[in-house]
Structure formats: structure tokens, C-alpha cells
Design a protein around this ligand. Structure first.
Ligand SMILES: Cc1ncc(COP(=O)(O)O)c(C=O)c1O
Length: 399
């Protein structure tokens, strides 16, 4: 049987071991990016789904338009984009089956095999996979302690003329860093100067615990070369698989064509649920609630880290998002820590390498998620992980 060239060098194996253990209740998991289950608006969703089917069942249970359920596209413009200072019309907006599909449609629509695409390093591993399947030439700009540096970004754009720059400006996955406003302006300027698409992936910005929200790159976009991906996975529910995307009408039209051949349209009922959530103005109070839960979990993890991790582990203290990014001293192998952590301590996390294009650069880093476990298990898991790091350090010194 033939495997396509496109898929040959793409492996899903990097964290397969992680997925094997995620369902095991004995394992304390800091692995995925799962929202806390108490943050799902379950009763509301049950009641609303019932009334939506009663009132609009004939439409919602039927095939729907590829570009998305019209009331949701309108609600996205009025309730999400307008408050962010982004003006849009229906021509700018498509609904996708998660932002993951938005990224896939962008890759299908924009990238020719061999084209340069620029990403932050490290970055979201799902995007690396999509760009690999698109046979792109992935080039990187490093994330420093304060994120991407504008001069390095400009240098890469000038040198390689990438077709797109993919960025997660706020609470980046995996580092949780926030791109400063000046760099956002530079990204928008480079998009105009070099006719480059900026893909602004924004699933986490609403999960802010402290500090001021920053303007999106899209608000500085004078050339209509920024496409914004807004996912409702982390704010409402990832299982609904609903996201919206706002970009240049010509690009969006082509993405609609690509989506036709992919899944025809995203599920109507799920889109209608998200639309009701927005139209009933539930988001502000819901975000207050979930951000309370997540900031408390994040504080519990940071407190345990300060107490139990050796002081040579470098750790960020995020202002929001779902992750804490850790760096071990040079020479450490986070993959080896991961394997021993799962088998000896029953604690899972994601080692850093899969988030890197140049995997070796991520060998000594790892990502912890704080949203999926109760606080007592967070503290216990961090204590065990701290023990393991000390044990491994002592073993290395004994050699
Ligand atoms: C940066 C980033 N982009 C996109 C996604 C995909 O989200 P969705 O559930 O909307 O497909 C994720 C999921 O973790 C993510 O972290």
C-alpha cells in the first residue's frame, strides 16, 4: 500500500505515549490542554440544546451552509470582534470545526509545497503537523524570555519571504508568553510590506487572570493580511468543535471551497449553541467564573513548584492561559524525565521537543497544564515530579 509523500515524514508518535496514559485515573495528568470539566456549562447546554431542537430542529438537523451557521457568524462579528475593535462583515467570517480545521484550511489555501512558513519556536505542535502535511518549509524565530524579538522577526521575513507567519500572541502554547504591543505592530507592518499572511491564533487571550488585555495584531492590520482564529474550545467546550475565523474575503472564500471538500460544514447544533451563548451575553460572567478556577489552579501549581522543584528549574509564572513552561539546565533530557515520571511517579506532562521544529532545542524543556486536575492532585503531582528531578540529578552527579 502506498503512503503519500505528504504523509511520509509526518509522525504523530511524539506524544502517543502520553495519550495512552491520559485516560488512566491513577495518573496525575499535566499533559493535554483540557479545560476543567466543572467549567463546562452543562445544564445550560442541555436546556438550550433541547429548546433549539424544539424551535429550529428542521434547520439544525438538516445540512447547513459551508461558511457556517449565519446567526453564529453574525454573533461573532457583534459580540466577539466588535468589542475587540475589529470591524468585519459576513464576507470576512467562516465557522470551522475547531481552530485546528481553520489552520488546516489556511494551509490548504495558502501553502504550495516547498514554500517557507515562519513560526515561533517553540510553537503549537498541531500547527507544526499541519504545516508538515502541507509540505511547507518551516522556518523559525526564537521565543526569548520576553517572546519573539521584532528585529529577528523582520530579519527572517526579509531573508526568506515566507508566505505566512503563524503566531499565538497571547498566552502562547506552550510558553504562555505574551507578545508585546510593539512586536504586534511590527508583525502587521511586515504583513503589509512583504505581502505576507499573518495567522493570529487566539484561543487563550480571554483566559487572563491578571494584567491588561493587549490589542490583537488584527487591530493593526492595514493590508487585510492578518487572519484571526478564535476558538471556543477553551472558553466554552472543546467537544463542540466550534471556532470562527476572520480574514480577507478572497482568502475566506477559498477556505470555504476547501472546507466543502473536507466536512461540508461544522455541526449546526453546536454552532447554534455557541451562538446562543454569545447572544445571551453569557461569556463575561462565564469567563469570570472559569478564570477564577484556572487562576486558583495556576496559583496552586506555582506554589507547589516553589516548594518542591529544585531551584535550578526555570519556570514561567503565567498571567493567563492553561500552561506553565519549565526549562531544565542544559544537557537534561525531558523525554527521559517524562518516561520515568509516568512509570515511577504516575505523573504525566508533555516534554518540550514536539513543540520545536528543531527538536534538539526543546530537549531540556517541558510543559505543565494546570486546568485538568483538582488542586490536591496538582500539589501531589508536583511534589512527585520534584522528587524525581532531585533523584535524577543525584544519579547524574554520581556517574
Ligand atoms: C494554539 C492552539 N491553536 C489551536 C488549537 C486547536 O484548538 P481547537 O480545539 O479549536 O481545534 C489549540 C488547542 O490546544 C491550541 O493550543
Amino acid at each position: 500500500m502506498q503512503i503519500s509523500e505528504r504523509m511520509k515524514n509526518v509522525s504523530g508518535s511524539a506524544i502517543r505515549e502520553l495519550f495512552k496514559v491520559l485516560g488512566d485515573p491513577e495518573i496525575i495528568s499535566f499533559g493535554g490542554g483540557n479545560p476543567a470539566k466543572e467549567c463546562f456549562p452543562k445544564q445550560w447546554a442541555a436546556d438550550t440544546a433541547q429548546s433549539l431542537i424544539a424551535e429550529k430542529g428542521d434547520v439544525l438537523l438538516q445540512y447547513g451552509p459551508t461558511e457556517g451557521y449565519l446567526p453564529l457568524r453574525k454573533a461573532y462579528i457583534d459580540k466577539v470582534l466588535a468589542p475587540l475593535g475589529i470591524e468585519a462583515t459576513l464576507d470576512n467570517v467562516i465557522t470551522t470545526t475547531g481552530s485546528m480545521q481553520g489552520l488546516d484550511l489556511i494551509a490548504k489555501t495558502v501553502i504550495n509545497p516547498g514554500d517557507y512558513v515562519l513560526v515561533e519556536e517553540p510553537t503549537f505542535l498541531g500547527t507544526i503537523q499541519i504545516f508538515n502535511i502541507a509540505q511547507a518549509n518551516i522556518i523559525t524565530v526564537p521565543m526569548h524570555e520576553d517572546g519573539v524579538h521584532a528585529d529577528e522577526l523582520e530579519e527572517m521575513v526579509k531573508k526568506y519571504r515566507p508566505v505566512l507567519f503563524y503566531t499565538i500572541p497571547t498566552f502562547q502554547n506552550p510558553t504562555s508568553l505574551v507578545m508585546p504591543v510593539e512586536v504586534r505592530r511590527v508583525a502587521a507592518r511586515l504583513a503589509a510590506e512583504y505581502d505576507m499572511l499573518v495567522v493570529e491564533d487566539d484561543p487563550y487571550a480571554s483566559l487572563r487572570f491578571t494584567g491588561e488585555a493587549l490589542p490583537l495584531i488584527k487591530t493593526f492590520d492595514t493590508s487585510d493580511n492578518t487572519i484571526l482564529l478564535t476558538s471556543f474550545s477553551k472558553t466554552i467546550s472543546p467537544g463542540l468543535r466550534v471556532a470562527c475565523c476572520c480574514g480577507n474575503p478572497e482568502l475566506v472564500r477559498k477556505m470555504v471551497v476547501a472546507k466543502q471538500g473536507s466536512d461540508t460544514h461544522s455541526p449546526n447544533l453546536n454552532q447554534a449553541l455557541v451562538e446562543r451563548f454569545l447572544i445571551e451575553d453569557r461569556m463575561p460572567a462565564h469567563l469570570d467564573y472559569i478564570n477564577g478556577v484556572y487562576s486558583s489552579s495556576c496559583n496552586a501549581m506555582m506554589k507547589a513548584i516553589r516548594e518542591y522543584f529544585p531551584d535550578w528549574v526555570k519556570v514561567n509564572d503565567p498571567e493567563g492561559g492553561l500552561f506553565i513552561w519549565c526549562t531544565l539546565p542544559a544537557g537534561w533530557d525531558a523525554d527521559a524525565v517524562f518516561h520515568r515520571s509516568v512509570s515511577e511517579k504516575l505523573v504525566a506532562f508533555v516534554p518540550g521537543a514536539p513543540f520545536y521544529v528543531q527538536k534538539e532545542l526543546g530537549a531540556n524543556s517541558f510543559r505543565l497544564n494546570f486546568s485538568a486536575e483538582p488542586e490536591a492532585r496538582i500539589t501531589e503531582g508536583i511534589r512527585r515530579l520534584g522528587d524525581l528531578l532531585r533523584e535524577m540529578d543525584a544519579e547524574m552527579k554520581a556517574i
